[in-house]
Design a protein around this ligand. Structure first.
Ligand code: SR1
Ligand code: MG
Length: 402
């Protein structure tokens, strides 16, 4: 079976049977393909008699969301498995357990997290996750610090950079986040009622300069091993637990891209409250919760990152007075700029988010889309002037007139 081909459900069961940690006994297994993402097959394999289960994720040689006309390297499955393994060592308890990987078949066999909910879905349903800021700040601080020149051997880092060269998936990001939304590009997917807002962005030279600076950073700044696609669809949550999945976009890039991804997706949900909150007072409360989550996440992230640096920093030159403060200031600005770019692309680029797209009423949806565009462009425009996370939160509050 080892030559690459997309697995049938029966073949997925055969592979699952070999995972004795999960299925030590021989009762019947049932398989269901549940992949609803843009790129891969995902099989849920369960053993009804014992209640045990696992997940098999298999990469397809093309982008599922577009079709075979958009070929994609299967090497992303190797990258995903290796990133997952590194992240689980650096941030224990915050990733799914990996049982088996097979780079020929481009698959990862891992823990079933069905007792969690995908955070995007949870937020749409009004879920509250009191441990999320603590957990995600821990994940980001540890995975970013210990894979950077601040926290690991700098010669070994160059070898790891090579291991995570990920051109096909980086090109998706370069095209869909840092290019197409700023032109009348055929890959954009624009609802008629917001076409005027997209056209205004295409004419905005100042905005395009900021996007060019962010694009340059994404292309050239090999700062740390990123997750690379850290949106709320890549995070499973319960009120007690957080698990980060799907690092197939992992590569060495600017740290702010990961932190900004988390903030952008909380802000998209913030904009979507135009529909999901039933009345004005719950809308205000829900939005305050989302902004507080961003504030707490940044503050905890900064505190943890600085503490790791003070305790484990490996470079004596980087102990120069003022360098750490300068680094954190630049990281905050990058985070805000990337959060803006990641917000804009989800409104009329190729791939949208359910928070906004599943709003059934076109008028409420349009209000949410315009709000998200105002926040996204505001963050991009002001990223280089920002001095604290409060500057970003103010942009979100002002967009709703507060
Ligand atoms: C063609 S893939 C579209 C998007 O899905 C992934 O989750 C990434 O965010 C990518 O940009
Ligand atoms: Mg994904």
């Amino acid at each position: 079976m080892s030559q690459y081909h997309p697995l049938s459900e029966a073949e997925a069961i055969e592979i699952a049977r070999t995972i004795k940690d999960v299925f030590p006994t021989g009762e019947e297994l049932v398989s269901k393909e549940i992949g609803d993402g843009n790129l891969n097959l995902v099989f849920h394999i369960a053993q009804p008699a014992t209640g045990r289960s696992l997940i098999i994720k298999q990469a397809l040689p093309y982008a599922k969301v577009v079709g075979e006309s958009w070929p994609l390297s299967l090497d992303r499955a190797r990258i995903e498995s290796e990133a997952l393994i590194r992240q689980s060592k650096l941030a224990p308890g915050l990733t799914p357990r990996v049982y088996k990987t097979d780079s020929e078949l481009a698959l990862t066999v891992m823990e079933d997290l069905s007792d969690h909910v995908i955070m995007r879905r949870g937020l749409i349903q009004g879920g509250v996750y009191p441990k999320f800021a603590e957990h995600i700040s821990e994940f980001m601080a540890r995975t970013l610090f210990f894979t950077s020149d601040l926290g690991m051997n700098q010669q070994e880092k160059k070898r790891v950079v090579e291991e995570f060269v990920n051109p096909d998936l980086c090109k998706i990001t370069e095209d869909l986040i840092f290019d197409a939304p700023y032109f009348d590009d055929e890959t954009n997917s624009i609802e008629d009622h917001i076409r005027d807002a997209a056209e205004a962005i295409w004419r905005d030279e100042e905005l395009r300069l900021e996007v060019a600076l962010l694009r340059e950073k994404f292309l050239t700044h090999a700062q740390a091993l990123l997750h690379g696609d850290l949106h709320t669809g890549s995070i499973f949550v319960t009120p007690e637990s957080t698990k980060v999945i799907d690092p197939e976009f992992a590569y060495y890039g600017p740290m702010g891209f990961d932190v900004g991804a988390v903030f952008a997706n909380l802000l998209l949900n913030y904009a979507a409250q135009e529909h999901w909150s039933p009345d004005e007072s719950s809308r205000r409360e829900r939005r305050a919760y989302l902004l507080n989550t961003i504030r707490d996440t940044w503050n905890l992230f900064e505190k943890k990152f600085r503490a790791l640096w003070d305790e484990h920093g490996i470079d004596r030159v980087f102990r120069a007075k003022g360098y750490q403060d300068d680094y954190m200031r630049r990281l905050l600005k990058d985070t805000i700029g990337f959060a803006g770019a990641k917000t804009v692309r989800r409104i009329y680029g190729l791939s949208h988010v359910a928070d906004i797209d599943t709003i059934p009423d076109a008028t409420a949806r349009e209000r949410a889309q315009r709000l998200a565009l105002a926040i996204g462009t505001g963050l991009i425009r002001h990223n280089r002037q920002a001095e604290s996370i409060e500057d970003a939160l103010r942009i979100a509050s002002r967009a709703i007139g507060e």
